[in-house]
Ligand binder design. Structure first.
Ligand code: CO
Length: 143
């Protein structure tokens, strides 16, 4: 029997941002204050997202893009609230491979490009105690 994978054994380095689903992106940004670092439509994820720096940390607000069901279903069931935790890793592809080898359920089998223009990928909530988990490739700007 293989050893169970721990989050640390996957190479998770530190929290990169906290993802929050919201029905009204502008209202959420206004409530947060802080600096909007980037705001963009992410068609492959079916969301519009905005990264807002508050103190030393980053919140990422996500809202449905057009008729996309992705976040819409979440909002209909649960309303605004915590959606995912994003962890910085040295190499998203490498972490995905480790997670797959450990038998963890993945949402993405290959990295894709995230809000900050760097590789990201999602692990299924069952891989991390019921929390949707995003991997974000570490960049020099964040170290
Ligand atoms: Co995110």
């Amino acid at each position: 029997m293989r050893a169970p994978a721990t989050l640390e054994s996957l190479g998770l380095l530190r929290l990169h941002h906290i993802g929050i689903a919201v029905a009204d992106l502008d209202a959420a940004i206004d409530r947060a204050g802080g600096v909007v670092e980037v705001r963009a439509e992410l068609p492959d994820q079916g969301v519009v997202a905005a990264a807002v720096r508050v103190g030393a940390s980053e919140l990422e607000f996500v809202t449905p893009l057009g008729e996309s069901p992705a976040i819409r279903r979440f909002l209909e069931r649960r309303g605004d609230g915590l959606h995912h935790l994003a962890w910085e890793v040295a190499d998203v592809g490498d972490t995905l491979a480790r997670a797959a080898a450990a038998g963890l359920r993945l949402i993405d089998t290959e990295p894709r490009t995230g809000l900050h223009g760097v590789p990201i990928a999602f692990l299924h909530p069952s891989a991390a105690g019921g929390v949707l988990t995003e991997l974000v490739q570490q960049t020099p700007a964040h170290t």
